[in-house]
Design a protein around this ligand. Sequence first.
Ligand code: GDP
Ligand code: MG
Length: 471
Amino acid sequence: MFTSDLDTIAAVATPMGSGGIGIVRISGPKAVDISKQLFQAAHRKSDRDPKAPKRALKSHVMYLGNIVDEEQKRVIDQVLMVIMYAPNSYTRENVVEIHCHGGPVILRAILQLVFKCGARSAAPGEFTKRAYINGRIDLSQAEAVADMINAKTDLALNFATDQLIGGLQKKANRIIEELKQIIACMEAGINFPEDIDENECNGKIAEQLKSTCLDSLVSLAKSYDSGCLLRDGVNLAIVGRPNVGKSSLFNKLIDAEKAIVTPYPGTTRDTVEAVYSINGIPFQFIDTAGLHDTNHPIERIGINRTRDVLSKAHLVLLVLEATQPFSAEDTEILSRIENKKCICAINKIDLVKERYVNERNEFWKDITIIDTSAKTGYGIEKLKKSIADECFRDPNYRTDSTIVSNIRHKFAIEEAADKVRDAMDVISGYSNEELAIIDLNDAIKALERILGKRIDTDVLDVIFNKFCIGK
Ligand SMILES: Nc1nc2c(ncn2[C@@H]2O[C@H](COP(=O)(O)OP(=O)(O)O)[C@@H](O)[C@H]2O)c(=O)[nH]1
Ligand SMILES: [Mg+2]
């Protein structure tokens, strides 16, 4: 049976507020012994008679009983308790879960008792770290657990779940296998040169490296931009001249009357923010005071804030007014957007039969323009769709594909891709094949780091410190 020489850890696994139930989790060699010290099963005579020998509780069965502090002769709570014997548990160690009533005082009291019986407080993510150390999951899967817990939308959850069930692991392992086979083939060429037509073989190897390894690595690395936006959300700043309807559109986009709207220019003094998801993508919409020049001291502060917001924005919604021609002021605003991704809404379309915006310079050729009316709701759904599409223009992006959303994975994949490119250069230059094999082995090592092989303990600490306690 699997044994671990690690000590025994415990933590509250549920949030520390009030709730229907709360769970104290214990993992390690002393977990079962601790459970015997503090748990008295309700329907077992042996537990009620302290002199009777205690029979072992079955694995993965919930038992009703009391948590008793023997020293103080006090029942703390009536609970359900389950033991999961190693290796059939989350950590692959003996794990005990005490499902008590969900109050912070109860949870704290039970946890203190567990500590008194011999466990120590778990560090953030330590249960998952043990699952990784004890070989139940690889590092990419452990990281996915944190992403799942922190997922802000269904879509972000989908990608994290894909990683947890081994999506990235399978891709990395497939490429590692391909690389190993190619290395074996090249080594055969070195050892038995007379059996192999070198030109033909080199051509085939370069081709194979590109199609089975490099292309996949490049597209995985590219998915990182989308992955980050999905995980952390997209900052979208709404800018435009005063009174064009920025705040009105903001309210429409988030389906709430959050920003103040009046007919008076300069109403929005400070930035107003709201989180709202479109097609499963979390957006942080930011209504701004605009970017125009003003002598009003309060408005000027708001406009400075707009500049900060703009610098952090992933996407800009430029609002123009359909009743007015494109002006020098709009050109000025455009120049401040610089090279950010941008969508344009021509608002107040309800007031005109035909809109302006004739001046299509270079800037406009890539910009999606949507006619809207914040007053009637015209074009709002189309605008939402364009906003979501703009973030994920990459044709490789599909909702069922594996997406890299972790910078550690991205760096490892890029390093592997660089090494494969180096090897391809060596092969096509007919130089020393052994050098190419070294490059390909380095590519394998980089990919294995994603799965947690040969990884520094410092890196592990950084990864698991981001988890919550009890996970
Ligand atoms: N007719 C019409 N009026 C609008 C529309 N959008 C906003 N307004 C009005 O325009 C004025 C300025 O709107 P506001 O959202 O405060 O503009 P902001 O200064 O750009 O934030 C208000 O009186 C709004 O009711 C629209 O699509 N059609
Ligand atoms: Mg406003």
